[in-house]
Design a protein around this ligand. Structure first.
Ligand code: NAD
Length: 430
């Protein structure tokens, strides 16, 4: 079976060895030889990296895993995740399996409208400046439409202008002019920044003020993406835990995050475990996504959960996640980084909107993985086996010693480097 066989359901994938797992992605109709190579270890070269940032001396790799079982808007999708933390890929895959039993994830994204900000200072009369900008709106939008002929041809470009007033600030009153700009399949920061810089002199001419900052806002709240899933009650029971107990425990855990910023920060971090891993795998800007997510989580003046969990009329568990998702499939590193290109190909996405819908679905799955563990056996149990592997390697184990040592650490319930070193020393003296 290889990547063009369609299903994201791959029973036993976890138990295959590395070569067997790679074989399932073997080059064919979906992945070319180069794309396969980029996903399986031959990613970004130092020469390519040298064209991306300054002072390059090398590259920095992360583990790349494939999350299984995802069905997003009725489409099977294999999801590449770049992440160093154990349990993330397994957690997403397992929860996607539960969601699959309820029809998978349903997701939708707003039009790709980003916000560019211009800070307008040194105005004698704020109201007059505001009125002048209102009257010149059509002219300003027409000017902005000419900035990017590619976006214009693709049906993107400026959509609107909004004026915001800041009366009491440490530097006195000023205006902020928002340019709403449709960036199509790009993340859009460069496109928006360029448009704002281009408009600045016209805005100064119209208002008599000085345009200071001209920059994108990462609070991309006009570009929200939402995903939902229904987990049939029967899928929630496991071990000694009854289905209702698991469902209600998850809802109680969510309510804690909804009420308390201390809990919400960790709750949302769990969402971002899934989100960031796909954002990074596809070469997108994860700082932009992080900034947008947390600013959006605090939009009502108090930081809260990005997701909601409830029980529906059948007693099934329903989860929803809504957050800004400014990701692209063109621009930035998405086209330059060979692994990012291959990751997009593997997912079969052809628009930024589709990518956003998958990412938010993964965020919701990851959130559920954490809540389910926390509400039942605690987070450490599932985490410990993989964590023990890292501890074993850190203590100096290699080859078959790694799994053996990890198993012993878990058995002893002492997953610490000092104990791992002690055991290794004992083995080496045997
Ligand atoms: P970009 O400028 O590299 O690419 C976007 C351009 O690609 C468009 O302007 C358009 O001309 C062209 N294009 C071709 N086909 C397109 C299509 N189908 N849809 C849309 N555009 C198409 O990239 P960008 O997305 O404007 O900017 C992203 C980069 O900006 C990221 O690397 C990010 O890290 C960086 N950045 C971020 C911030 C921030 O988040 N605050 C600030 C500055 C820069």
């Amino acid at each position: 079976m290889n990547s063009q066989t369609g299903t994201s359901r791959r029973p036993g994938f976890y138990n295959l060895n590395l070569a067997e797992r790679q074989h399932q992605l073997a080059p064919g109709d979906l992945l070319s030889l180069e794309e396969f190579a980029a996903l399986t270890g031959e990613g970004l070269t130092v020469e390519q990296a040298d064209h991306m940032i300054e002072n390059v001396v090398g590259t920095h790799a992360l583990p790349l895993g494939i999350a299984l079982n995802f069905v997003v808007n009725e489409r099977e999708v294999l999801v590449p995740m770049a992440v160093e933390e154990p349990s993330v890929v397994a957690g997403a895959s397992f929860m996607a399996k539960l969601a699959r039993a309820g029809g998978g994830f349903h997701a939708s994204a707003d039009p790709p409208e980003m916000i560019g900000q211009m800070q307008l200072l040194e105005l004698d009369d704020l109201d007059a400046a505001r009125q002048a900008l209102d009257e010149a709106k059509a002219r300003l939008l027409a000017e902005a439409a000419e900035v990017d002929p590619v976006l214009k041809k693709l049906g993107g470009g400026p959509r609107d202008l909004e004026i915001r007033v800041f009366e009491e600030t440490p530097i006195g009153p000023f205006l902020a002019l928002h340019l709403i700009y449709d960036v199509r399949d790009a993340m859009g920061a460069n496109a928006v920044n360029t448009a704002c810089e281009r408009l600045a002199s016209l805005v100064e001419e119209i208002t008599g003020g000085r345009v200071h900052l001209r920059i994108l806002s990462n609070l991309a709240d006009r570009r929200l993406t939402r995903a939902s899933c229904t987990i049939p009650l029967s899928e929630l029971a496991f071990g000694d835990f009854e289905a209702e107990q698991v469902r209600d425990g998850i809802i109680e855990a969510w309510a804690f995050a909804a009420a308390d910023p201390y809990r919400a920060a960790t709750h949302n971090k769990g969402v971002m475990n899934g989100v960031d891993a796909v954002v990074i795998a596809t070469g997108n800007d994860w700082r932009a996504i992080e900034a947008g997510a947390h600013a959006y989580a605090a939009r009502q003046g108090r930081y809260t959960s990005l997701s909601t969990w409830r029980s529906d009329e059948n007693g099934d568990l329903v989860g929803e996640l809504e957050m800004p998702m400014a990701v692209g499939i063109v621009g930035g590193a998405t086209k330059v980084h060979p692994t990012a290109r291959a990751a997009l190909k593997l997912m079969g996405v052809s628009t930024a909107r589709q990518l956003a819908e998958i990412i938010v679905s993964v965020g919701l799955a990851q959130n559920l993985a954490a809540l389910r563990a926390l509400a039942t056996e605690g987070i450490q149990r599932g985490h410990m086996t993989l964590h023990a592997h890292q501890v074993a390697i850190a203590a100096g184990a290699s080859g078959e010693q790694v799994s053996r040592l990890a198993e012993q650490l878990v058995r002893e319930k002492t997953v610490r480097v000092d104990r791992a070193e002690q055991i290794l020393a004992e083995w080496n003296n045997e």
